[in-house]
Design a protein around this ligand. Structure first.
Ligand SMILES: Nc1ncnc2c1ncn2[C@@H]1O[C@H](COP(=O)(O)OP(=O)(O)O)[C@@H](O)[C@H]1O
Ligand SMILES: [Mg+2]
Length: 310
């Protein structure tokens, strides 16, 4: 029997009756999909925040993963159909391959990948090196795709910060709010539909998986999926590094990581820096909304240290 991870249970319960019904219906849903897709479910594949990932075996013996999304409607979390759309649009490497999907049941059968990059005991630098080698082949032009843009994301982050700063009890300095707004405005204005590409938008080390154990090659799961600039994609893995940043001079360390990513890709270093700050403050506020106060506090503390020096 599958035991739903506590973190996923908590997210589903925030949805109220719909979330509880989804949790209760999981065993029946898995059974139904086992019959529909000729798969046999095994153990959990890993811990998710918005979806259940289960190891499965297909009729021909091939291993795969069944991903089931929580019901739609939680603020700040895209509907599961969006994740399906983005993975179908990306159509494989460097993204995980979709073997089957079902919009109504919020279900996908995915190729089985290996361990998350964040679980391999690698240094931040080694993780960034892996990410910067994995993302670029995914930066393709996808004209006309019905996805949100960086410009919209930057504007919504500005709205979130301005709208919630007072009601959340001023969780960061006023200087941090000003700097996040300034950077978000700059990134919004920099959006250029003629050069924008598909970006993953959430490539933290839990969403970058070994293609197979020990291969040193990686694939991307769980995309936010936006049309935007590569700098944004490269900035996401920098947004939650707090302990590593607090172990030294946080501004110098962060600048060093931005320069490394820029040097490996020819992407503008300032654009990476700006997105990393916008993302850091944004997830700080999102964490607060989810009651994840400790993570939020750390994130915003580092943001305050950075904004004091910028
Ligand atoms: N295709 C896959 N192959 C192997 N493990 C996977 C696969 N998809 C998900 N997982 C595991 O499940 C975890 C949660 O999946 P994810 O899609 O990121 O869920 P969430 O949307 O809740 O973050 C991942 O960090 C990973 O450990
Ligand atoms: Mg994930």
């Amino acid at each position: 029997m599958i035991v739903v991870p506590g973190i996923l249970k908590a997210t589903a319960e925030r949805l109220g009756a719909a979330g509880r019904a989804w949790l209760e219906g999981l065993p029946a849903l898995i059974e139904e999909l086992e019959a529909m897709w000729a798969i046999t479910a095994g153990d959990l594949a890993g811990e998710g925040f918005t979806g259940l990932a289960v190891q499965v075996t297909q009729a021909d013996g091939t291993e795969a993963v069944l991903k089931l999304g929580i019901p739609d409607g939680l603020g700040g979390i895209a509907p599961f159909s969006h994740e399906i759309d983005v993975l179908l649009l990306a159509d494989g490497a460097p993204y995980v391959r979709v073997l089957r999907h079902d919009y109504d049941r919020r279900a996908m059968l995915l190729e089985r990948l290996g361990r998350p990059l964040g679980h391999l005991g690698l240094s931040v630098e080694a993780q960034l090196d892996a990410i910067v080698r994995t993302l670029p082949p995914g930066w393709t032009r996808v004209a006309g795709a019905p996805l949100g843009t960086d410009a919209e994301k930057a504007a919504s982050v500005r709205g979130l910060i301005e709208g919630r700063w007072s009601s959340l009890g001023r969780p960061c300095s006023e200087r941090t709010v000003r700097l996040a707004n300034e950077y978000a405005t700059r990134r919004e204005r920099a959006f250029d539909p003629d050069t924008a590409v598909l970006i993953h938008g959430d490539a933290h080390p839990g969403n970058v998986l070994e293609t197979s154990e020990g291969s040193g090659a990686y694939a991307l799961i769980d995309p936010a999926g936006l049309i935007g600039e590569p700098a944004h994609d490269l900035a996401v893995p920098l947004r939650e590094r707090t302990d590593e940043l607090l172990a030294g001079d946080c501004v110098e360390r962060l600048q060093g990581w931005c320069e490394f990513l820029a040097g490996a890709t020819d992407v503008d270093v300032d654009a990476i820096w700006e997105w990393a700050f916008v993302e850091r403050v944004s997830v700080g506020f999102i964490f607060l909304g989810f009651g994840m106060d400790e993570d939020a506090r750390k994130n915003l503390h580092v943001a305050d240290l950075i904004s004091e020096r910028c």
